[in-house]
Ligand binder design. Structure first.
Ligand code: ATP
Ligand code: MG
Length: 681
């Protein structure tokens, strides 16, 4: 049953408007998604439309699933809630025989090799980077409805920088399109799915009549990020009809780099003169402290989209002030975030209600490491954990192969750079989105290797590889509920009680490439920051670090998007580092990694632990992790077990002196641990 009392008067107006065009233009957290869900339920309950006749399109598969769940909980079943792609896929399967007869088709399964062939056919060097860049560019062109013939003129018109000479891009694009017609039938990529659906509906009366009989009402969430190609499909679905509800927030346009544009949202009431347009201002998600910050951040926006400013009015009770903190380096930042998360968990905030959001996937590594070290379960959303990524696994493979060669330079960092070059670690960061993502991951791995090496004089490649493998092993993705790690892009539409927006230094947010690309790109980054801060219900922490590594030069400044919003604070000094050791108790040189700081020595410096004690502790941990159904590192990391084996604490008080053992772990495992250690005394 739906209860329309769950909506405020503005939301109610949109939800209960009669069949026909409705547009909700509203800021983050104002209940847009909630309102369209109620609208669907209301249209069905009032008998305006049957559930099977509604098609709701949302941005991600997860959002679609969420909408189906919410409808189901209101007793409404049978509504199609899909992404554009999944909807197009189903429709094309159904209509294909009618549209193309018995010409067989299938999805392109290896984009990369197909574009590679087109690249070689055009006489270009088909290095991985070139292929990846061209792949991304062709995707952009197709989403933007730019044909191979029109490509050159279009990029000139909008002043877009093509990855290679525009005439060459057009040639590769043309070849790629031809290569998809094969003697065994048609190959289709994702954009082709959409293009063919639009084409079938536009060109065949029989198909369009059947389709329009099937679907009567359309609802689109996150409409500000619709691409021209998706819009064309939507128009083909509708035909001459106007039973369409769209909701969006132009201030949350974050995919325009990919061809998306808020113009369809902003022009909606001009396109449909009879449209019911509703603006929502009341923010039900976040505390006034957070909405006020969000208003100020977006209030500084300039350019075309900024004309649509909507001020959020926080409806929730007061909450804590957002926190803004700068750190000397990323490990210190990540450690402080892990410590704060630990506090929230201890206060009873559920792990699934906490998120760490960053600009690019490559930033996750240091946070994964410190969370694991602090025994906090996490999941990386919209991507794999750092060590599970294909390029990182390949890179470690290359490094292992390199280590078998005789003619190696002494410096592991130099070896890594050389070994990763063929994988895409060019001297300069590439422009193409895919190539860039890969480059960033590889660069993060080199940074990590540098970190391992810089504080451990004389570590050779073998030592580096061993250290990398230990880190990778400790971080198998857990299967249970945990803290979410995600890029801001992947966090769109979602919300958490506590949100940590991390790594917000100038050059990362806004991203360097965007700074170079000019104001429109910087404005998109500002919107990204706005999306990030508006994900939080109650606790919001914004942080950045002046250097990548401990002891690194403090070159980075906090994001410009806080200028005039939050006063510059004193940089947080080394005092944040807590009580762990900073120098090796064996060789006296500084320690780098959290694991080393727990051990109080370099991993390669000699240990005085009894191997048997360590083995007994590990066996106990395996059992404990099985019983509790948690990954082993959540019980204790190897470093803590090693520190225990070295310190051999004799009672509860001594146990607490071992780094990595706090009161909570002591209470839970103290007796077990002492019993094991006593067997060896
Ligand atoms: P975004 O722009 O981030 O996608 P949104 O506008 O879609 O946000 P919703 O996710 O629908 O916002 O709603 C934000 C939160 O506020 C949700 O937890 C929702 O349940 C709650 N909410 C929305 N409307 C109301 C209301 N009238 N009363 C109470 N809670 C509400
Ligand atoms: Mg929403």
């Amino acid at each position: 049953m739906i209860d329309l009392n769950d909506l405020d008067p503005d939301q109610l107006q949109a939800a209960t408007a009669p069949r026909g065009p409705v547009c909700i233009l509203a800021g983050a957290g104002t209940g847009k998604t909630r309102t369209i869900t109620y609208r669907i339920a209301h249209l069905i309950e009032s008998g305006f439309v049957a559930p099977q006749r509604v098609l709701a399109v949302t941005f991600t598969r997860r959002a679609a699933g969420e909408m189906r769940d919410r409808l189901a909980s209101m007793g409404v079943g049978g509504v199609q809630a899909l992404t554009f792609h999944s909807a197009a896929m189903r429709q094309l399967r159904y209509f294909w025989p009618q549209y193309a007869g018995d010409l067989p088709w299938r999805m392109v399964d290896n984009h990369f090799s197909l574009v590679g062939r087109a690249v070689r056919g055009s006489g270009l060097d088909s290095g991985k980077e070139t292929v990846r860049d061209l792949l991304a560019e062709i995707d952009w062109a197709k989403s933007s409805l730019v044909s191979p013939d029109g490509y050159e003129a279009q990029v000139a018109r909008i002043k877009r920088t093509p990855p290679v000479d525009a005439a060459k891009v057009a040639e590769v694009y043309q070849r790629y399109e031809s290569l998809k017609t094969t003697p065994d039938g048609m190959l289709l990529d994702f954009s082709d799915l959409l293009l063919n659906v639009a084409g079938a509906l536009e060109n065949s009366t029989a198909i369009s009549e059947e389709f329009r009989e099937q679907y009567r009402s359309f609802v689109v969430d996150e409409y500000q990020d619709v691409s021209p190609l998706q819009q064309r499909v939507l128009e083909a679905w509708l035909g001459q009809r106007d039973d369409l509800t769209v909701v969006g927030d132009a201030n949350q346009t974050i995919y325009s780099f990919n061809g998306a544009t808020p113009q369809f949202l902003l022009n909606f009431s001009r396109t449909y003169e009879n449209a019911v347009t509703v603006k929502l201002q009341r923010d039900y998600r976040s505390t006034p402290q957070i909405t006020e910050l969000a208003n100020e951040v977006i209030g500084k926006a300039t350019g075309r989209i900024a004309g649509t400013r909507l001020k959020l009015e926080g409806m929730r009770p007061d909450g804590p002030e957002p926190e803004f903190r700068g750190f000397d380096d990323e490990p210190a930042e990540a450690r402080a975030v892990a410590a704060r998360i630990r506090e929230l968990l201890d206060q009873g905030v559920r792990a699934s209600e906490i998120a760490v959001l960053y600009r690019i996937n490559a930033q996750s590594q240091v946070f994964e490491q410190e969370l694991a070290e602090a025994g906090i379960v996490y999941q990386v959303r919209g991507g794999e954990g750092f060590f599970q990524r294909a390029e990182i696994r390949q890179a470690i493979g290359e490094l292992t192969r390199a280590s078998r060669r005789a003619d190696l330079p002494a410096d592991p960092v130099a070896i890594a750079r050389a070994a990763f070059a063929p994988l895409g670690l060019t001297d300069r960061e590439p422009d193409g989105a895919q190539a860039r993502e890969r480059w960033q991951s590889l660069q993060a791995l080199v940074d990590l290797i540098e970190e391992i090496v810089s504080h451990e004089q004389g570590t050779d490649l073998g030592g580096v590889l061993a250290s990398l493998r230990r880190r990778a092993d400790a971080k198998q993705p857990p299967v249970m509920e945990g803290v979410t790690l995600a890029t801001i892009h992947a966090a769109k539409g979602l919300e958490w009680d506590a949100v940590f927006v991390v790594g917000v230094y100038d050059g990362m947010l806004p991203y360097n490439q965007s700074i170079k690309a000019g104001d429109h790109a910087i404005e998109e980054e500002r919107r990204l920051f706005y999306v990030a801060v508006t994900r939080a219900r109650e606790h919001l922490h914004v942080s950045w670090a002046a250097a990548r590594q401990e002891g690194g030069q403090a070159r980075r400044k906090r994001t410009r998007f806080l200028d005039g919003v939050v006063p510059e604070a004193e940089p947080v000094a080394a005092a944040q580092r807590g009580t762990r050791a900073t120098r090796c108790t064996r060789c006296g040189h500084p320690l780098a990694t959290p694991a080393e700081k727990i051990l109080g020595r370099h991993e390669t410096c000699p240990s005085d632990a009894d191997e048997e004690v360590f083995a007994a502790l590990r066996a106990w941990r395996a059992e404990a992790s099985r019983v509790e159904n948690v990954p082993a590192y959540i019980v204790f990391t190897d470093a803590v077990l090693m520190a225990l084996a070295e310190a051999m604490p004799a009672d509860q008080r001594e146990l607490l002196n071992v780094p990595g053992i706090g009161p909570a772990k002591q209470a839970k495992y103290g007796d077990d641990l002492l019993a094991i250690l006593n067997q060896f005394r």
